[in-house]
Design a protein around this ligand. Structure first.
Ligand code: F6P
Length: 354
């Protein structure tokens, strides 16, 4: 068993509801179960560039943070110590400051670090582990696209927010007999769009994993009109691959707007577009995300106590387990176009534009 007296915690990459639940659980378990000291590292690994900005986290510091969105530690999706960007003499310079970061963690007395983050942050955690830093990972992302865990915290809250937005779009679409396009996040994975689309009763769902054509969407809108349904809800994942006819409309802007313009021009329908954006990342975490975050936080502390460095906690078959970070990064978990969820959606008439 490793000799641990003090651990550091940092949150990296885009924030996700439930981060504070992880921080709170890790701080409580470290102090109450193991009597360790905990240091909060601000703004991801950037915080280790300026060790004086780190601060001790006691039980009082995590009191009341469970229902809060965001992260009390702050985060960044630009802070990679192996490719650290600075401006020197007006020019962008990229340096490897990983040695400095590791040395600063030792200066702070940190024996092991919990890195809470998505694929990018876990890749950095792996590199730091390979350089000797004792580190464990906690998977986070609203996109739910990490292959090593069946779900990440943050996704459930984002799903609730997106579903609520589709519900609201529904009533106005029906009243005005419009095609309403709603663009959702998810990067290169279609999980938020697919699941919120099903939960919100969308008629068309476009995801990066299924190529589509504009004509097929317009035919589907016309089919609905032919049996008296004068409105259509189109959910668009931000990461969709645009078909060539839309790429030619090469106008800067979100893909939802391009799809909306395409439908308006081709189907001659009145179309409105909503881009939900960062609202999906905000707000109070759902009970599911609070519980999963708490389980992950405690599991990460236990993993340190067992000397499981270079590993990341995860959920498999609804049980908390751990995997080597090396096996968890680089390969995204995307929607299976032939999978049960897509087949279910198709069975109830949802169109994927293909
Ligand atoms: O990975 C989470 C996520 O919200 C993606 O869904 C989205 O593409 C991206 O982050 C947005 O990042 P930023 O906050 O840098 O705009």
């Amino acid at each position: 068993m490793p000799n641990i007296r003090c651990i550091g915690i940092c949150t990296g990459g885009g924030d996700a509801p439930g981060l504070n639940a992880v921080i709170r659980a890790a701080v409580k378990a470290a102090i109450l179960k193991y009597k360790w000291k905990v240091i909060g590292i601000p703004d991801g690994f950037d915080g280790l560039i300026w060790p004086e900005k780190s601060r001790e986290l006691g039980l009082k510091d995590v009191s009341g943070i469970l229902p809060r969105g965001g992260t009390i530690l702050g985060t960044t999706n630009r802070g990679n110590p192996f490719h650290y960007k600075t401006i020197e003499n007006g020019k962008e310079v990229i340096r490897d400051i990983s040695d400095e970061v590791i040395a600063n963690s030792h200066k702070l007395g940190i024996d092991a670090v919990i890195s809470i983050g998505g694929d990018g942050s876990q890749k950095i955690a792996l590199e730091l582990f390979q350089k000797g830093l004792q580190i464990v990972g906690v998977p986070k992302t609203i996109d739910n696209d990490l292959c090593a865990t069946e779900i990440t915290f943050g996704f459930d809250t984002a799903l609730h927010t997106a579903t609520d937005a589709i519900d609201k779009i529904h009533t106005t679409a029906e009243s005005h007999h419009r095609v309403m396009v709603i663009e959702l996040m998810g990067r290169d994975a279609g999980w938020i769009a697919l699941e919120a689309g099903i939960a919100g009763g969308a008629h068309v769902i476009l995801i990066p994993e299924i190529p589509f054509s504009l004509q097929r969407i317009c035919d589907y809108v016309a089919e609905r009109e032919s049996y008296g349904k004068r409105f259509t809800i189109v959910v668009v994942a931000e990461g969709i691959k645009l078909p060539s006819e839309l790429r030619q409309l090469s106008r800067a802007g979100a893909v939802g707007n391009l799809i909306g313009d395409g439908i308006a021009l081709t189907a001659h329908k009145e179309v409105r577009v909503s881009v939900l954006g960062h609202i999906q990342r905000g707000g109070s975490p759902s009970p599911f995300d609070r519980i999963l975050g708490t389980r992950f936080g405690v599991a990460a502390v236990d993993l340190i106590a067992q000397g499981g460095f270079g590993k990341m906690v995860c959920l498999r078959n609804a049980r908390i387990e751990s995997v080597h970070i090396a096996d968890a990064v680089g390969q995204l978990r995307t929607v299976d176009p032939q999978g049960e969820l897509v087949r279910t959606a198709r069975a109830i008439g949802i169109c994927f534009g293909d």
